[in-house]
Ligand binder design. Structure first.
Ligand SMILES: [Zn+2]
Ligand SMILES: [Zn+2]
Length: 333
């Protein structure tokens, strides 16, 4: 029963953008341009975080032990996968299904990244897909690349986002006890997984200085993961190639794929949002896909959705460029 409801939700709701509705909303926005109301508390917090991150970067390059450098890399990879494999591909898009232990694992590594709880993240992301580049898109590129990157977190949310967002059915998210657990315990979870454990482990296991561990593995790594994720909203809607849909603002980009562990195939992803791979390119550029596939091998993941070759070909012919697709597949595998 629940399953049928979830499947209907995917088909009917947040993945299908209605172009006419989007055009209307964009016209409306031109008539009444959005006001920018700065939230100074957030500006102050992000400024402080970035100063801490710069100190962390200096220490990472010149002072940290090699084990700490590896630890920073591991935490970035795990935290990013909690966002890409968990909040994004599993919960926002329902592009595959995961059993309880896998959902717990994804929720815990998602807490390393501290990007709001998964229910809130998935709601914002469903708005982004359904009303891309309108005032109901939390990080609309129509308000500039800085806004799309991080500016949207420094200002008050647009009224349209609240009005349209309230129309989304989020019942599947509220019905997941793993997500409700994360929501109820969010601050202790990010306190432990984003800050305390990243600092404690290098100090305890390889004798790193507590200050270096805190600035590198907590503050710098947290900030770096944030920017890698934000690049999907800015760079991946800006610089790259568009084999699947020339009308969209989303592009495929190699470097955002590398930084965000496989999430840079954004033109593909906006065109086929239910595909768990989010890109056609090889696994070495898509570590999140590898994680999901390993989960499937272990029996923790099932029902991975992909897109049929003829559907992709038809789409490229009609709205994209088949030659560009062939060229990029040859180049990147
Ligand atoms: Zn998405
Ligand atoms: Zn996007």
């Amino acid at each position: 029963m629940t399953q049928i409801k979830v499947d209907a939700l995917i088909t009917n709701q947040f993945l299908a953008a209605d172009l006419r509705e989007i055009r209307q909303m964009q016209e409306e926005s031109k008539r009444k341009p959005p006001k920018t109301e700065i939230v100074w508390r957030n500006v102050f917090l992000f400024a402080a975080l970035h100063i801490g991150a710069l100190i962390g970067l200096y220490q990472l390059v010149l002072q940290a032990k090699w084990a700490t450098v590896g630890w920073v890399f591991l935490l970035h990879t795990l935290g990013s996968m909690g966002v890409t494999g968990g909040a994004h591909r599993l919960w926002a898009h329902r592009s595959y299904k995961a059993r309880f232990p896998m959902r717990v694992f994804l929720m815990l590594i998602n807490s390393i990244a501290f990007q709001n709880d998964i229910i809130e993240w998935a709601r914002d992301h469903r708005c982004h897909h359904k009303w891309t580049d309108t005032d109901a898109d939390p990080h609309s590129t129509n308000r500039g690349m800085f806004f799309a990157h991080m500016g949207w977190l420094l200002v008050k949310k647009h009224e349209q986002l609240k009005v349209q967002g309230a129309k989304l059915d989020l019942s599947d998210l509220y019905a997941d006890r793993v997500l409700m657990f994360q929501r109820r315990n969010y601050l202790p979870l990010v306190g432990i997984f984003c800050f305390a454990l990243p600092t404690f482990i290098p100090v305890y296991f390889w004798g790193e200085s507590a200050l270096i561990a805190f600035y590198t593995a907590a503050l710098f790594r947290y900030t770096f993961t944030l920017h890698a994720t934000w690049c999907i909203n800015s760079v991946s809607h800006w610089i790259g190639w568009q084999p699947y849909d020339h009308q969209a603002s989303s592009v495929d980009n190699l470097w955002t794929s590398v930084a965000a562990v496989g999430e840079g195939g954004h033109n593909y992803h906006h065109t086929f949002p239910q595909d768990y791979r989010t890109s056609e390119h090889a696994e070495f550029l898509n570590w999140t896909r590898v994680l999901i596939d390993v989960g499937a091998t272990l029996g923790l993941v099932y029902d991975r959705k992909t897109t049929a070759e003829e559907v992709i070909e038809r789409q490229c012919k009609k709205f994209g460029c088949a030659e560009e697709r062939a060229k990029m597949l040859q180049k990147l595998g």
